[in-house]
Design a protein around this ligand. Sequence first.
Ligand code: PLP
Length: 442
Amino acid sequence: MGEPRKKKKYAVGLGMGCRKISLEFGEKPENFRKKCDVWIESTGKGSFGLYYPSMHMKHPIYLDNAATTALSPEALEAMMPFLTESFGNPSSIYSIGRSTRVAVEMARKSVARILGVKPMSLFFTSGGTESNNTAILSAIRDLGCTSIITSPIEHHAVLHTAEHYSRQFGLPLDLVALDDEGVVDYADLERKLELHQESGKKPLVSLMYANNEIGSLLDIQRVGLLCREYGAIFHSDCVQAVAHYPINLSESFVHFISASGHKFHGPKGVGVLYVNPSLEIAPLIHGGSQERNMRAGTENVYGIVGFARALELAMAAYEQDRAHIGGLRGLMRELLLQRLPGVRFNGPEQGLYTVLSVCFPKSSRSESLLMDLDQAGICVSGGSACTSGEAGGSHVIRALANREGCTTVRFSFCKYNTAEEIEYAVNFLQSVLSPEKAGVGV
Ligand code: PLP
């Protein structure tokens, strides 16, 4: 056995004035890596090997904020006393119990003020999924709904729940039509409401405010008015909208909304269900008398406090955060259009400002795109986090017209992202999908 044959490797850098250089096998290119935004090694066979992020960039680059967000230091600070010395059970009568009861009720008041509702209409839950389940079951079991109207692009926390109860109670389930960008066809919704009314049904309408995969938005006011006109119960999954838009529920004719803390730099495992005070419903979870007999189980005190604090912070900085995040989305959109031929977007241009769903033309290079992005330390998803194992791709993308030749990647942004990170991600995408244009051909 002789010496292993030395193979030539090619290293290519992008950004920060890097040039294509070649290295001997085994050589350590630290100096080069320090200077480059994106670092690619090729095996020399035309296929790309390893991708190294440069050392001056903070890693990983997190562009999956619709899946979950980082807990903010301020929310953590508010939570800390309840994770440490203030550990009392809010149902206990002595002082350390009473102090946590006060914290829960202060949090409820704060959330109620922001949403423009009475504190008594809010129930803390374990998150968006539980809130959605409670609303859908109550509408059918307690409020006499005998049919369901929803959309094919709802989160599974709505769609699977609606399908489950439609089967269990034998209720018809109707899916509203959407336009090419995933926006509800309001005329079709009205036609469906009319038909359900004519056939003696009382529908539950469950439509999300902001779609988590493609960012299409709902006119919640308009749907609320329609539902009122046709005697329907209206639930809106507002998980991607609460804390991202000012929402005044006193002005909308909605019966239930759902929210979740981990989508706006609050903690995971805590959410809110708003129930219009005109309704009387029974709980989903039975047990103790917490949440005024509506949701049994010892309260998630630190989660509830963190939820309220994160919401307060989000609304206090709303204008400035929205401008920053919307700017990043616009920048990514522009850079992709300039640099990657054939790129398209799923969802409306003026959609949810935190989400950009990109359709990259299918190619041999696009097949392993999510894995390549992961290796390069860029966190994104193909659809929603909850559907990442879905066979046949995302149900949301499948529901849209003309998306056949697409490899879909969802980028979603938050106040902590920077323009530098966007440029890094686009440079990387260009190096993988269009290396000739990036000057990276091997
Ligand atoms: N609804 C939407 C639109 C979501 O994006 C999510 C989270 O991915 C959920 C519901 C579920 O919320 P949670 O994770 O708090 O149960």
